[in-house]
Design a protein around this ligand. Structure first.
Ligand code: 5AD
Ligand code: FES
Length: 409
């Protein structure tokens, strides 16, 4: 079996995992400014050891359904923002979305992620209806990633059965955040996403967030602060990817706003991987995806490098081929031309080649196992998270699921 030397190295270096990874900001900054591959090896090894000790060798697959690319917002980095008139727009129907969720089950995934632009057409009713149908028909956990929505929408979707919500805060630097996120239509100020993440957790969601690395004007000090915020929010999931310039967005002209050389974070694989490793140390039991943006920068090894430097989740794309290319957050996105089956096969091969196994069940962050059971029961549904759940006896439905793999209806 051929394993590239860089990856073999981080697989074989054993460093004892300590759970009190209280790294101070100076140490984080030193790692973030380090550019020497050899000097970085202890960081990679430590992140891999902590990953193994906390979330184990399972790599969880979350099926990504890009439900629509209509968006009313003007984020300056995003290829589907309202200002891009060159992209054709789509919104999937309830039936399209349910078909994708069924495919997630057939492919053995534990979670469906419904992601889309900030689109009033993805109405409270439509999304609630989809969540209820997925929950009734399948054993999937449901994650939503639909932007900054009204509290009423978020509450309704949680009541309908949604388990998790992903909203990256992109950068903890408020000034930079405001510059790249013009306020919603009709509002004067940008939304405080960090507060919104606290609200989501209080509503009962497992909250996921993350940042882009290498935004013009983003410094290493900003990244160190992002890590602190990940820990303060005690996030369940943390997605970290490089900023990839999209030619139809204003941010490509922001390079003049870059911070001083040596302080400006780079939108490259090395700086992104440092953030993945440091996030693993900052929030040891979080779920960390090997992101598609990183795989886009390094198509050969991006996912493997992330998985051996702290990550434990992959999000294979389930969006129907006719829509995939239209969900163009950034150019040349990895996996755009593969079918769901091809992508799934490729990813399973990548996981196996680095000596890891595919996770079963929901793959809930460990701290949430009990919360999930309590939440599911209070909504009158079963929990079947056999991989992580240490808080319950298997229920009738989960026993059936374990004994008899679910097949698409
Ligand atoms: N480069 C990298 N990541 C991007 N995203 C959006 N546009 C880009 C881009 N040009 C990321 C943001 C967003 C997530 C859904 O995709 O972090 O939160
Ligand atoms: Fe999608 Fe390889 S990771 S095709």
């Amino acid at each position: 079996m051929h394993i590239p030397p860089m990856i073999r190295k981080s697989m074989s270096t054993r460093v004892p995992a300590t759970h009190s990874q209280a790294m101070d900001q100076d140490q984080r900054l030193r790692w973030l400014r380090e550019r020497d591959d050899v000097a970085l090896e202890p960081l990679w090894a430590q992140a891999d050891a902590v990953r193994r000790a906390t979330v184990g060798d399972a790599v969880h697959l979350r099926g990504l359904i890009e439900v629509g690319n209509v968006c009313v917002r003007a984020c300056t980095y995003c290829g589907i923002s309202v200002h891009n008139h060159k992209v054709g727009r789509y919104r999937m129907t309830r039936d399209d979305i349910l078909d994708c969720a069924r495919r997630a089950v057939t492919l053995g995934f534990g979670t469906a992620v419904l992601q889309g632009g900030e689109d009033p057409g993805l109405s409270r009713e439509l999304i609630s209806d989809c969540i209820r149908a997925i929950k009734a028909e399948t054993p999937l956990a449901v994650t939503l990633s639909l932007g900054e929505r009204a509290r009423g929408d978020l509450e309704a979707w949680h009541a309908a059965g949604a388990d998790r919500y992903l909203l990256r805060f992109e950068t903890s630097n408020r000034e930079l955040f405001a510059r790249i996120h013009p306020p919603p239509p009709g509002r004067r100020a940008s939304v405080d996403r960090i507060q919104l993440l606290r609200d989501l957790a209080a509503m009962g969601y497992q909250a996921g967030s993350g940042v882009m690395v290498g935004i013009p004007g983003q410094t290493y000090t900003d990244l160190a602060r992002d890590l602190e915020v990940f820990a303060e929010l005690d996030l369940d999931m943390i997605g970290i990817g490089p900023w990839i310039p999209h030619p139809e967005t204003p941010m490509v002209r922001d390079l003049a706003e870059s911070a001083a050389p040596g302080e400006q974070a780079r939108n490259d694989a090395m700086d992104t991987l440092k953030m993945v490793a440091l996030a693993r140390l900052a929030v040891p039991d979080a779920n960390l995806p090997a992101t598609t943006a990183l795989a886009t920068l390094d198509k050969d090894q991006g996912r493997e490098l992330a998985l051996t430097r702290g990550a434990n989740v992959i999000m294979p794309n389930l969006t129907p081929p006719k829509y995939r290319a239209l969900y163009e957050l950034y150019p040349d996105k990895a996996c755009v031309n593969e079918t769901a089956e091809e992508c799934d096969g490729c990813l399973r091969g990548r996981v196996a080649r680095i000596g890891r196994v595919i996770g079963v069940g929901h793959g809930t962050a460990r701290k949430n196992s009990r919360r999930e059971v309590a939440g599911s029961r209070s909504r009158g549904v079963d929990c079947d998270d056999d991989a992580n759940c240490d808080g319950c006896e298997p229920t009738e439905k989960s026993r059936r699921t374990m004994e008899q793999p679910w097949t698409a209806k």
